[in-house]
Ligand binder design. Structure first.
Ligand code: ATP
Length: 400
């Protein structure tokens, strides 16, 4: 599988941009700040429905604009499809497949499977838990068909519950007995849904982490040398799901105990939004014991494990994104990741300087000069876009 053409409209720093990729290695080369990461991030968003760089849509949209569009022509064996994502500042993001009707963004997830390696990956080991939750969410969205919808529902319920806790805490509407009763019964309903969705999310995250655990340990041992034992340990906030036959009743009791604290702070104090994942090295938490180099190897192994799970799931090789990773890695890890990249259907690499890539290993690469692309997109973006749309219309005509 590979992307043959990508078009962006009002995506971050790109007002318009159309670029052609080839199967195999593609190198986006250009000075800092030109928008290389923005391009490969757009592929990640189209693939997984989210970016590892932000949890909200707004930063993905060009400043001052209301929406951004990402379009890609994707070739797989004899078939070609056009996938389109529209990211909006307000409301729900939308998707379109082959120019058809507007669909949910989650309907696009996994159609162009990809795995990104980025400088932020090292934070997967020692960064804050939100980074690891983001990774789990992206991985689970790719690997489990209903996960993205479940996460969306949970996030909505969590927001509603927070709003009610805040109302109770700051006394809004509580001067009347009637309105306090309304808020309390609303809270009871939202709490029931929060527990139900939260338990399902916990179970699904547990399944995904279990699936990644074996390849992660094996790949780490092969990168770091035999005898090194790496493992993943899921730390769910709703640990009752793993411990009890009737976890719902236990979690309900837990909520009753913490009710005064939740009202005082106006927050959901327990739930999957507090989950974490510990990466273990020789049975010790790597965040406290591993060296900088070992943390990098663990991060690479985790992403390669995800790659392996996604490949098995879709029976095709995901697109591999190597965003600015070469400058960060030492020679041996550069070699390991490049060796991995050379075996893929398509790899998108961003670099500031060509010298960052060990050139001897890259035999054939399609090099894209991002500074020329920026000039060209300012001059002829509309014409390129029109050509892409005409190509799509012509194909639809042929398909009829
Ligand atoms: N929503 C946005 N609207 C407009 N510009 C944005 C937006 N988000 C980011 N940018 C701009 O995009 C630029 C960064 O782009 P990007 O991170 O892709 O650069 P890069 O070429 O990968 O650079 P580096 O080599 O330093 O990583 C910055 O100038 C930033 O201000």
């Amino acid at each position: 599988m590979y992307i043959s053409r990508l078009a962006l409209d009002h995506y971050r720093s790109w007002e318009h941009c159309v670029l052609d990729f080839e199967p195999g290695i593609n190198i986006l080369q250009g000075a800092n700040g030109l928008g290389k990461t923005n391009i490969v991030e757009a592929v990640e968003v189209l693939s997984t429905g989210s970016s590892h760089r932000t949890s909200s849509s707004l930063p993905l949209i060009e400043k001052g604009c209301a929406s951004a569009t990402i379009r890609a022509n994707v070739e797989d064996d004899e078939t070609q499809h056009t996938y389109e994502a529209t990211i909006v500042a307000r409301g729900a993001n939308r998707a379109r497949i082959d120019g058809g009707k507007s669909q949910y963004m989650r309907d696009l997830i996994g159609r162009t499977p990809s795995v990104s390696f980025t400088p932020e990956d090292q934070r997967l080991v020692a960064g804050d838990p939100a980074t690891r939750r983001n990774f789990i969410n992206q991985a689970a969205s790719l690997l489990l068909p209903h996960y993205a919808q479940l996460l969306q529902q949970f996030t909505h319920v969590a927001k509603q519950r927070t709003a009610l806790l805040k109302q109770l805490g700051d006394g809004t509407n509580t001067d009347l007995q009637y309105s306090q009763q309304t808020v309390l019964s609303g809270l009871e309903i939202w709490t029931g849904q929060f527990i139900d969705l939260g338990m399902r999310l916990t179970q699904e995250r547990n399944d995904v982490i279990a699936r990644l655990g074996e390849p992660f340990a094996r790949i780490y041992a092969s990168l770091a040398g035999d005898g090194e034992r790496a493992a993943l340990a899921y730390e769910p906030s709703f640990d009752e799901v793993m411990l009890f036959d009737d976890p719902g009743a236990e979690i309900s009791r837990h909520f009753q105990r913490i009710y005064p604290g939740e009202v005082a702070r106006g927050q959901n104090l327990i739930g999957p939004h507090r989950d974490d994942l510990t990466l273990l090295l020789n049975d010790m938490p790597a965040r406290e014991f591993a060296s900088n180099g070992e943390m990098w190897t663990m991060a690479l192994a985790l992403k390669m494990a995800l790659y392996e799970a996604v490949s098995a799931q879709f029976e095709s090789k995901p697109i591999v994104i190597l965003d600015d990773v070469f400058a960060q890695l030492d020679e041996s890890r550069r070699g390991q990741i490049l060796d991995f990249a050379m075996r893929q259907d398509q790899v998108l690499i961003t670099v500031a300087a060509a010298s960052d890539i060990p050139q001897t290993d890259v035999v054939h690469a399609h090099v894209i000069d991002v500074s020329a692309l920026r000039r060209q997109s300012q001059d002829g973006g509309d014409a390129d876009l029109a050509a892409m749309m005409a190509q799509l219309a012509a194909r639809r005509e042929t398909d009829r």
